[in-house]
Design a protein around this ligand. Structure first.
Ligand SMILES: Nc1ncnc2c1ncn2[C@@H]1O[C@H](COP(=O)(O)OP(=O)(O)OP(=O)(O)O)[C@@H](O)[C@H]1O
Length: 270
């Protein structure tokens, strides 16, 4: 093997894939002196259930915010179903459903009102929005709380109403940041079924999650993100490479250290 020149270490830049649900090249974002996303490239096929995993601060949320047109990148390009995200942001926003953070919703509305509002905001007629809102409340086990204001929901219920509000306009791509956090096992199994069926019928789901067992169980594909770059991506089987996905994740991102470093903790002994 010859000596590597600077050019050898730079991967060739392949063009954006217009047939992908999401195609990203050279995405870059810096906050003051912190590089959050560092030349990230990824293709997410249509109909896939794609997991984004990575340690805290790896750049997952920053990437998703840029790809969904919520945050302007410092460099790079992204396409959703063939449309350039920043040149054509309104078209892109019509095609995607982004789960809002609980702090971003109008929580003085009831669950039903919030969903109808989300539907009408996307241009739906009130009657259709009400019908779909009721279907979603039922699917998400929230029927009994339809007329309760969202501020009085538990954390898991709030998460579910946020997810429902991202789905009401039947988007072609769903982008979900930590959708299962605080959601109980029964609800999360129901949500999983809804999302798997949505992907099986041609929708694309992108989830960021720290729960490796869930990613392994429900995702068709996974990308491991570390320090603002993709360090492995492909089908779950390809990335796991014959091992448990969590084990593989730990190998890829490193960072395990000895618990003994906290010897003062000492089981709480005085
Ligand atoms: N608005 C901001 N201002 C300054 N730094 C930021 C901002 N947003 C993110 N960062 C920094 O960018 C890096 C990537 O953050 P990001 O939220 O994208 O990570 P993440 O992979 O989603 O992490 P987590 O798994 O903990 O949610 C972190 O170091 C974070 O501190």
């Amino acid at each position: 093997m010859g000596v590597m020149s600077a050019n050898d270490s730079m991967p060739p830049i392949t063009p954006l894939d217009a047939s992908a649900a999401v195609s990203i090249r050279g995405l870059f974002k810096q906050f003051e002196n912190k590089i959050a996303v560092n030349g990230l490239a990824l293709d997410i096929p249509v109909g896939s259930f794609y997991g984004l995993v990575g340690p805290n601060g790896a750049g997952k949320t920053t990437t998703l915010n840029m790809v969904t047109g919520l945050l302007v990148p410092d460099g790079g390009a992204a396409m959703i179903l063939g449309h350039d995200v920043w040149r054509d942001v309104n078209t892109v926003k019509r095609m995607i459903g982004v789960m809002p953070q609980p702090s971003q919703i109008f929580d003085r509305l009831t669950g039903l009102q919030l969903l109808v509002y989300a539907g009408m905001l996307r241009g739906m007629k009130r009657a259709e929005a009400v019908k779909r809102a009721n279907d979603l409340l039922k699917a998400f086990d929230l029927e009994a709380s339809a007329n309760v204001i969202v501020a009085d929901y538990s954390a898991g219920m709030t998460k579910k109403i946020c997810l429902a509000s991202a789905m009401i306009h039947s988007p072609r791509v769903l982008v979900l940041d930590e959708p299962f956090e605080s959601v109980d096992p029964v609800s999360s199994a129901n949500l999983r079924d809804i999302l798997i069926e949505y992907a099986a019928t041609g929708g694309t789901v992108i989830v960021s999650s720290h729960v490796m067992s869930l990613v392994e169980k429900m995702c068709t594909h996974v990308a491991v993100i570390n320090r603002g770059q993709v360090c492995a991506a492909g089908t779950v089987e390809q990335v796991a490479a014959g091992e448990d996905l969590e084990e593989r994740f730990l190998q890829l991102v490193g960072g395990r250290h000895q618990a003994a470093q906290l010897d003062w903790l000492d089981g709480g002994a005085q």
